[in-house]
Design a protein around this ligand. Structure first.
Ligand SMILES: Cc1ncc(C[n+]2csc(CCOP(=O)(O)OP(=O)(O)O)c2C)c(N)n1
Ligand SMILES: *[C@@H]1O[C@H](CO)[C@@H](O)[C@H](O)[C@H]1NC(C)=O
Ligand SMILES: [Mg+2]
Length: 570
């Protein structure tokens, strides 16, 4: 029997039917000529279509859906400028290693190079961000190319792929049922998994057994691989302290007794053998370099991509699927006989001290005092439930300081600007996450005012799509820091407005109200707590809480990852 819908009568319906056969449940995008028919056919085939206001956010939503679901997210756009907007999502997906397929309309094949409507060589434009980018050579090739794009996006290291859909293919009338049956393509199976070379496993076990100060680093690759059970067993067996990267948070709970997030710098400096699980030695892990790491540290690295292994530092390579490889290690290892108790207790003491510091910093000031990051986060944290919250975070200080405030106890429950440090992902991620998790979870986005501004109009998308979000804008009137109203007026008058400044007290919550959602403008602890409670009660509505905090003035920038050894110039 054919897996294709027997009533297929156009290219658009063939595309929709292929996506349906491939198990695609939701598409994120924006319609227009020539892809309206594709979107309509997808909806008729029972696929949900979430229509955005900008392709950037649609592509971000699709990529995060890929991360959360473990199967490629799908984005649909028009050609030319639509594709260019979506490129942001392809790049973001490539850097984060998340599976994403972009499908875009393009001009009629006989109009190529003639200055056709929204004409662009899209395959070429997408290629450098994609594992695979292609235009089917004929209507009959469409199912084959879509299958290949989906499969390539999530086999091996996940990433982005692109399929070009010429307008004449979309509109092509299909009459011949025999041809249809002959071009069907079966559903892509889940990716095959492989294990690491046993001799490398033995070497890794040897290294870990001789380690005095071992450290396990859990990356977002581990979250993607759904390896929480296996990693939990490994930590249980070895009693080694562990540290999640920002989106590795929650694979094991931040409240786990061996989680040393709050003593990160100390752990990096003192570790002698480090097991990287789905984490890369890129800028987030300071390239594995001293002085952030010990100069004698030895790395063991579990990754699905052979070409990642050895980047920046020699790492003992454990190539394969994270679930399987961590199990291999667990089977071969027992407790660590040389585990240095001074090291472990030193880290755990530091965790206690730092956790107390964080708590203290959040309780400062009177009830009507102007808020800062710490006091605002502490109110939010104390008002939100402990479970079933999916955190989205973007901004600079907002994200940096927020990371240590909010404990995450479930895997894939924290999304942030990621490896690309991409501002503007927040709304797309929140919508993608809410559509993946459904009403069992509440997505809470805690975002800087600049970050929010990149895609604030997607509030309308969330409201129209009945995906109720809670967005908390931490508003300091600027990028990193802003000015008070007085300072702002003065510098506008004398022409010295800093490039980091945004208009003071912008009423972001009104954008939500304008779109049919709810909004609060709060300036102190009491108002903030009340607003968060009311927003939690308004479960079915999109809510924006605009939290005014101290703007910070013209302070110098200082983020931990920026610190460098000063190098002499040649
Ligand atoms: C796409 C993109 N554009 C620009 C930047 C540069 N950038 C880094 S953080 C940031 C915004 C920080 O301000 P905000 O979101 O208000 O957070 P705050 O630090 O003020 O809390 C910007 C624009 C970026 N990282 N990504
Ligand atoms: C144990 O760890 C501490 C802290 O890192 C270190 O100073 C000490 O040298 C370690 N002891 C051994 C035996 O490695
Ligand atoms: Mg700001």
């Amino acid at each position: 029997m054919s897996t294709l819908d027997p009533v297929i009568s156009s290219g658009a319906e063939l595309i929709a039917s292929t996506l349906k056969t491939q198990g695609v449940e939701v598409i994120f995008g924006i319609v227009g000529i020539p892809v309206v028919e594709v979107a309509e056919a997808c909806v008729s085939a029972g696929i949900r279509f979430i229509g955005f206001r900008n392709e950037q956010s649609a592509a971000y939503a699709a990529s995060v859906y890929g991360f959360l679901s473990g199967r490629p997210g799908v984005c649909l756009s028009v050609g030319g400028p639509g594709v260019v907007h979506a490129l942001a999502g392809l790049l973001n997906s490539k850097i984060n290693c998340w599976p994403l397929v972009l499908l875009s309309g393009s001009c009629d094949t006989d109009q190529v190079d003639k200055g056709a409507f929204q004409e662009l060589d899209q395959v070429e434009a997408c290629r450098q961000y994609c594992k695979y980018a292609a235009r089917p050579s004929s209507v009959e090739q469409i199912p084959f190319v879509i299958e290949k794009a989906l499969r390539t996006a999530f086999y091996g290291r996940p990433g982005a792929t692109y399929v070009d859909l010429p307008a004449d293919f979309i509109q092509y009338p299909i009459r011949n049922k025999q041809v249809l049956e002959s071009i069907q393509v079966p559903k892509v199976a889940n990716p095959p998994k492989s294990m690491a070379d046993q001799s490398n496993i033995n070497q890794a076990v040897e290294l870990l057994k001789n380690a005095k100060n071992p450290l396990i680093v859990i990356g977002k690759g581990a979250a993607y691989a759904r390896a929480e059970k296996e990693i939990g067993q490994l930590v249980e067996k070895t009693k080694a302290p562990f540290l999640p990267t920002p989106m590795g948070k929650g694979v094991l709970s931040d409240t786990h007794p061996l989680c040393v997030s709050a003593a990160r710098s100390k752990a990096l400096k003192e570790a002698d053998v480090v097991l990287l699980i789905g984490a890369r030695l890129n800028w987030i892990l300071h390239f594995g370099d001293s002085p952030r790491w010990s100069p004698n540290v030895k790395f063991i690295q579990i990754d699905i991509a052979p070409e990642e292994l050895g980047n920046n530092k020699y790492t003992l390579p454990l190539l394969g699927d994270i679930q399987l490889v961590v199990s291999q290690l667990s089977h071969a290892i027992g407790n660590l006989p040389h585990l240095n108790s001074t090291y472990v207790s030193g880290l755990l003491d530091k965790v206690k001290v730092n956790a107390e510091k964080i708590k203290q910093s959040g309780s400062k000031g009177s009830d009507d005092a102007i808020l800062n990051y710490q006091t605002a986060f502490s109110v939010i944290k104390n008002t939100l439930p402990e479970k079933d919250i999916v955190y989205v975070s973007e901004g600079a200080n907002t994200m940096d300081i927020g990371r240590s405030f909010f404990d995450v106890s479930e895997p894939r429950h924290r999304l942030d600007a990621g490896t690309g440090a991409t501002m503007g992902v927040g709304m797309g991620y929140a919508i993608g996450a809410q559509s993946y998790y459904g009403s069992s979870k509440r997505v809470v986005s805690i975002v800087g005012d600049s970050a929010f501004g990149f895609s604030a109009m997607e509030l309308e998308t969330a409201i129209r799509s009945k995906l109720p979000l809670l967005i908390i804008v931490i508003n300091n009137n600027g990028i990193y820091h802003g000015l008070t109203d007085d300072e702002y007026q003065a510098s506008q008058n004398d022409g010295t407005l800093p490039t980091t400044a945004l208009s003071p007290e912008t009423r972001y919550e009104m954008i939500s109200q304008a779109c049919g959602g709810k909004g609060w403008f709060v300036k102190n602890r009491v108002e903030l707590a009340a607003a968060v409670k009311e927003a939690l009660d308004a479960k079915d509505q999109t809510c924006v809480i605009n939290v005014l905090i101290a703007p910070g003035g013209r302070s110098k920038l200082d983020f931990a990852w920026m610190q460098k050894e000063s190098k002499a110039r040649l």
